[in-house]
Design a protein around this ligand. Structure first.
Ligand code: PLP
Length: 392
């Protein structure tokens, strides 16, 4: 081969080396990670086609990568929605969802039990933009209805609430919102689409923190909003303009975890139910919060809405939370996240719900003794041995 047309400068050769390789004629079984932050075009017409939204017309990382799009397609299929858009975190997805439907002068009704940072977003940030927010008990449908105003555009809840696993009546709330011309947004992080699909019950916008059950191994970070194509397109625009892009690597990692979502959720659900059944009768355990216990206030509704189980989340109050955590160290770590394949404990009082005033935390039963337990997929007999020895 002649090198006559190649540049001779080592600097130029090095800068251009290898970037014109021939794509593989065989399809890789697993999608590669597309790390390039920009794409090149043969001419202005090709550039224009991509900018105008041509299928597969990637041009700039912030606007979308093949890896993000694969995850979006997967989540839309799982949530049974028309579309989905990924973001850099669960909060990016929730913020984009809110900002895409709300403008100054609008009003939001939200469950007062939502995740602490969602609560802080609703309490501190939206009012600065001229959006008013009412916090209500979403279990009290009359209170929810009474909170609506002519300007109410959005009702926001979590399907299974963090951390006490209350079961919100999504079908009734969807009807209530739609009759009043509002949309229903449901944070489905705790349940995952393996256990509950809010769109099948009338929800318009569904959000997730993907570092939880969707990815499942505490190794990927991101968020997603799913729903009708026009609503998702509006949320995507906010994610792009506010810069909340998911990284290609995190989208790719989430796809690896997603492959076992069904298997993991079955294992999480079975273990959490078994742990709740045992701990509810333990003399050193004051309270257990799990929707599969007959003592749970929404037990009947939970059976109707969640025929396949509830995932791995539960909460408990023990006599001495600090000692319990210390005695489990090395086996069930204290780690302020959830949904890993290994069991973890967290302390909502000092982490997820820290933003709520102390009196509100206590009123909502989020006490300093409360521990949230993300039950993993370990062998159930090992888990029960660990828990029982820590309670001795
Ligand atoms: N929603 C729920 C229920 C959560 O538990 C969390 C985080 O723990 C979020 C949203 C926020 O997600 P992220 O931390 O990915 O921003």
């Amino acid at each position: 081969m002649s090198n006559a047309n190649l540049p001779q400068s080592i600097t130029t050769v090095a800068a251009r080396a290898g970037e014109q390789s021939v794509p593989s004629v065989n399809q890789p079984l697993v999608e590669p990670i597309y790390q390039s932050t920009v794409y090149s075009f043969p001419d202005l017409e090709a550039l224009e086609a991509s900018m105008a939204g041509q299928e597969g017309g990637y041009f700039y990382y912030r606007n979308g990568t093949p890896n993000a799009q694969s995850l979006e397609r997967a989540v839309a299929q799982l949530e049974r929605t028309e579309a989905a858009a990924c973001g850099a975190s669960g909060m990016a997805a929730i913020s984009a969802a809110f900002l895409s439907v709300l403008k100054s002068g609008d009003h939001v009704v939200t469950d007062e039990r939502v995740y602490g940072v969602s609560y802080a977003l609703l309490r501190d940030e939206l009012p600065r933009l001229g959006i008013e927010v009412s916090f209500v008990d979403a279990l009290d449908l009359e209170a929810v209805a009474a909170a609506f105003r002519p300007t109410t555009r959005l009702l926001h809840v979590e399907s299974l609430t963090n951390p006490l696993l209350t079961v919100v009546d999504v079908p009734a709330l969807a009807r209530l919102a739609h009759e009043r011309g509002a949309l229903l947004s449901v944070d489905n992080t705790f349940a995952s689409p393996a256990m509950f699909r809010p769109a099948e019950h009338g929800a318009d916008l569904i959000t997730h923190s993907v570092s939880k059950y969707l990815s499942g191994h505490s190794t990927a970070f991101g968020g997603v909003v799913a729903g009708r194509a026009d609503l998702v397109a509006a949320a995507r625009l906010k994610l792009i303009r506010l810069g909340g892009t998911i990284s290609a690597f995190d989208a790719w990692m989430t796809m690896q975890g997603l492959k076992t979502l069904g298997l993991r959720m079955r294992a999480h659900s079975g273990n959490a139910q078994a742990v709740a059944d045992v701990l509810q009768n333990h003399p050193r355990v004051r309270r257990v919060y799990h929707p599969g216990l007959e003592s749970h206030p929404q037990f009947k509704l939970a059976q109707e809405l969640y025929p396949d189980g509830f995932g791995g989340m539960m909460s408990l109050e023990v006599e001495d939370a600090s000692q319990f955590v210390r005695r489990l160290a090395g086996r069930i770590p204290l780690a302020p996240s959830l949904a890993d394949v290994v069991s973890t404990l967290s302390h909502p009082w000092s982490t997820s719900h820290r933003a709520l005033p102390e009196a509100d935390r206590r009123r909502l039963d989020i006490t300093p003794e409360l521990l949230r337990f993300s039950v993993g997929i370990e062998d159930i007999s090992d888990l029960l041995t660990d828990l029982e020895s820590a309670l001795e």
